[in-house]
Design a binder for this molecule. Structure first.
Ligand SMILES: CC(C)(COP(=O)(O)OP(=O)(O)OC[C@H]1O[C@@H](n2cnc3c(N)ncnc32)[C@H](O)[C@@H]1OP(=O)(O)O)[C@@H](O)C(=O)NCCC(=O)NCCS
Length: 148
């Protein structure tokens, strides 16, 4: 399998254009197949969260977000990799950078709600299920956590 992670550039969105691309990718991958409502791909933490975009050349190929729940607990949300670029290390690279930001800023614990298909991906990155599940757009999500 090819791996584009070595040529990836990961950075924060810097402009309105960046944020337009960022939210569009998030919505297309995580929501469009289930609902046409674009606002469902945003929550109340957008203004204070840490946002990351991954580029392969000029193309945006992945996004992810981190926000703090308390001073020492952070949540990863809205991880999405472009179709055609999945399975090439993009998600791993974004997750690694989000985790770095979380630990640097004092997190002792990172939580997330994983879709069934992403559980193995997060397990490989050291996350463990806490046993709690919920449903969003008819998709089962499992709460996972990683401790520092
Ligand atoms: C989950 C996701 C963010 C992982 O990013 P990625 O760049 O594909 O992951 P990496 O290449 O770094 O790591 C390999 C993972 O790719 C995923 N993957 C590989 N090929 C894939 C494909 N064709 N389609 C979907 N996922 C694939 C697998 O989850 C794999 O993890 P595993 O082998 O440990 O199960 C990404 O696949 C994605 O956007 N999936 C759809 C949306 C989603 O489920 N987001 C997470 C919500 S909790």
């Amino acid at each position: 399998m090819s791996n584009c992670s070595e040529s990836l550039l990961i950075r924060e969105p810097r402009s309105g254009v960046d944020f337009g691309l960022y939210y569009d990718l998030r919505w297309r991958i995580l929501r469009e197949p289930w609902t046409a409502q674009r606002e469902t791909a945003r929550d109340e933490h957008e203004d204070t969260a840490h946002h990351l975009m991954a580029f392969s050349g000029d193309q945006l190929v992945g996004v992810g977000r981190l926000h703090f729940l308390t001073a020492d607990a952070a949540q990863v949300r809205y991880m999405a990799v472009e179709d055609g670029f999945k399975g090439q290390g993009v998600g791993s690279a974004i997750l690694g950078e989000l985790e770095e930001r979380a630990w640097e800023r004092g997190a002792r614990r990172i939580v997330l709600n994983a879709r069934e298909g992403a559980i193995h991906f997060y397990e490989r990155h050291g996350y463990r299920s806490t046993g709690h599940s919920s449903e969003l757009f008819g998709i089962a999500h499992w709460e996972m956590e990683k401790l520092r």
